[in-house]
Ligand binder design. Structure first.
Ligand code: NAP
Length: 285
């Protein structure tokens, strides 16, 4: 039976580290870390994410600035707000909650955020820095996954690492981070042939596809580390992951649950990036 990787506990320790450093910054330098979160429209899931980010800011002692804009906001208006936040010294990090409404070009918005304040690490400059291993910010979800793997004590060096999913926000950067830790990395996607066979060779398997319970126990190598990034709904509408937990936990060595695995890490790493941004902007790093 697999050992469960407790994302809530690991994320709590990351947030505690961040809170301690933020308190020290305030006391010694009089600096208060600030994160601006922009949401456009009324998507209920986005609303929940934004509220969670606000709560996390409060918990670690950051100031949060929320901009809730109506659905009909134009691209020009949103760009003007981003530009204003880029210049605002009390704002260290800027996050525009995705997806934005269809009439707004997501890429144009991402590109407008100053790379120094891009705490999601979606700007092409930050993406490029990740490729060459000289990054300031890591994208939050893949960075959270790395912390979870680290928490198992399993050394990535020389391991067969398989990432299923090649999105810009999870799969691709995930593969780069595993490579930087000396993993031998295979990236799989919807056109991959013999997926099961590839998965069976994985010492570390990261699944980010968005399909409920897709990866089953018979696709997992005995003792593997299995990280489930998926946030899906099962046939009863209950939150579940991309991995069929019940069959997978019988084979894996370590496994993340959904909920309580990768999810809490994403916000914790966002707080860490915002703190890093504040320190860099003030010449402290
Ligand atoms: P995405 O942009 O939709 O990408 C999905 C990837 O999975 C694509 O690369 C796709 O391949 C691949 N894929 C789809 N079906 C597949 C199949 N049958 N076999 C192999 N590969 C397949 O999704 P995402 O944004 O990366 O998110 C993935 C999941 O993670 C979602 O459930 C999302 O909700 C969750 N997520 C969670 C967090 C968190 O904080 N916990 C953060 C971000 C995302 P192609 O490229 O060939 O289409």
């Amino acid at each position: 039976m697999a050992q469960i990787i407790d994302g809530k506990a690991v994320s709590a320790s990351v947030k505690a580290e961040v809170a301690a450093q933020a308190a020290q910054l305030k006391e010694e330098k009089g600096l208060e870390v600030g994160l601006a979160v922009v949401i456009v429209g009324n998507d209920p899931a986005s609303r929940v994410y934004v509220n969670n980010k606000k709560k996390a800011c409060e918990a670690v002692g950051f100031k949060s600035f929320e901009y809730a804009l109506p659905e009909e906001t134009t691209q020009e208006e949103l760009l003007a707000l981003v530009e204003k936040l880029n210049k605002d010294k009390s704002v260290n990090g800027i996050l525009v909650q995705l997806p934005v409404p269809r009439h707004i070009d997501e890429k144009a918005i991402i590109n407008a955020i100053s790379p120094d304040k891009d705490v999601d690490a979606f700007h092409p400059v930050n993406v490029g820095k990740i490729m060459i291993g000289e990054y300031s910010f890591l994208p939050c979800t893949p960075a959270g996954v790395m912390r979870l793997i680290e928490s198992t004590g399993v050394d990535i060096t020389g391991k067969q690492c398989v990432v299923i999913g090649r999105s810009n926000i999870v799969g691709k950067p995930q593969a780069m981070l595993l490579l930087q830790k000396n993993g031998t990395v295979t990236i799989c996607h919807s056109k991959t042939k013999n997926l099961k066979e590839i998965c069976l060779g994985a010492d570390i398997l990261v699944v980010a596809i968005g399909r409920a319970k897709f990866v089953t126990g018979d696709m997992i190598k005995e003792g593997a580390v299995v990280i489930d990034v998926g946030m899906d709904r099962d046939e009863n509408g209950k939150l579940c992951g991309d991995v069929d937990f019940e069959s997978a936990e019988k084979v894996a060595g370590y496994i993340t649950p959904v909920p309580g695995g990768v999810g809490p890490m994403t916000i914790a790493m966002l707080m860490k990036n915002t703190l890093t941004a504040a320190m860099q902007q003030n010449g402290l790093m």
